[in-house]
Design a protein around this ligand. Structure first.
Ligand SMILES: [Zn+2]
Length: 323
């Protein structure tokens, strides 16, 4: 197998343990052939795992500044870190929605979201990203939950869509009116990605995004037209979440993703080692899926997630990289 870029999402900086343990574990990742670590630093409850004056720092975030230590340790091994934000997922325990409950999405299908279409919400998350990037200077920033969570009917959305002549209570799927509403949401989400492109250009860092594996259905369900983001050059890499137990499904999705993006930006397939209803892969099954998606043209791999990887997975990955 030719050399390929390899990343890992880390759901929680706590998975790396103490300061000394973190340095050891980063060295283990480097030894196994990883090039990129993507730690989550803004989780849905709304607090953040980094020091900032913009948002609320999680009360459990320790003095030794795990994000800073992680970035320095990774850099010492030639690895990059992209700081991962759950962009519009907000449960209101801390931060924006605690202070401004009126910014919550009014969304029947899934609670726990801010209204990503609102300028106030976009401005807040953008300033939070800026504060992290300026303070820590990571190689990149990473978008997740870069979508609406469904169709929001908050006052703002109602008014804006109403100005287009569309009543959000009356518009039914399969009509031109409904599609106008979808397109408006797609545009609002895309607007934030474009603003992130401007920010990362200004600061000289990269931008990657975790995106739904089921494109183009996610245009309707989530207002997430991630192929558009790639075509416009607004992201440097797309990481479709290709989470499945089935190697056939992983293969089929990867074929689609590579064809859909058509070389506009690199596509790193997101392979799920272990998570809830998605998958529980042995080391052999993990590298089997990795091999399959690379064979059909994926430019790289990113594994979900760090906390589920064990020594036997590292050994299997090293063997794959050595093929
Ligand atoms: Zn809304």
């Amino acid at each position: 197998m030719a050399e390929f870029p390899l990343g890992v999402w880390s759901h929680n900086l706590k998975d790396f343990g103490s300061e000394d343990e973190m340095k050891t574990r980063v060295a283990e990742l480097a030894d196994a052939g990883f090039n990129l670590i993507v730690p989550c630093v803004k989780n849905p409850p709304g607090a953040v795992d980094f020091f900032t004056d913009v948002g609320i720092v999680h009360p459990d975030y320790p003095d030794w500044d795990p994000l800073k230590v992680l970035i320095e340790a990774a850099r010492s091994h030639g690895m990059d870190v992209h700081a991962w934000f759950c962009v519009f997922a907000e449960r209101g325990e801390f931060g924006l929605l605690k202070d401004h409950p009126e910014y919550a999405a009014t969304n029947d299908e899934s609670p726990g979201w801010s209204c990503g279409c609102r300028p106030e919400v976009q401005d807040y998350v953008l300033s939070l990203f800026r504060s992290a990037a300026e303070r820590y200077k990571p190689a990149g920033l990473h978008l997740d939950y870069m979508r609406t969570g469904g169709a929001c009917r908050c006052d703002y959305c109602r008014e804006q869509v109403g100005a287009l002549g569309v009543d959000v209570d009356e518009a039914k799927q399969g009509t031109a009116e409904y599609d106008q509403w979808v397109e408006w949401r797609v545009g609002r989400v895309a607007n934030f990605v474009k603003e992130m492109r401007d920010l990362t250009d200004e600061l000289g860092c990269e931008l990657s995004a975790a995106v739904f594996g089921g494109y183009p259905e996610c245009i309707y369900s989530q207002a997430q037209d991630w192929v558009l983001w790639g075509e416009r050059g607004w992201v440097d890499a797309l990481f479709p979440m290709n989470y499945t137990q089935s190697p056939r499904v992983a293969w089929g999705r990867a074929v689609a993703h590579v064809a859909q993006v058509a070389g506009a930006v690199p596509v790193w397939e997101g392979i799920c080692k272990r998570a809830g209803r998605f998958s529980h892969l042995t080391p052999r099954e993990l590298t089997g899926q990795m091999r399959k998606v690379l064979q059909v043209g994926a430019d790289g791999i990113i594994i979900f997630s760090y906390g589920s990887l064990k020594a036997e997975d590292y050994a299997a990955i090293k063997a794959l990289k050595g093929e």
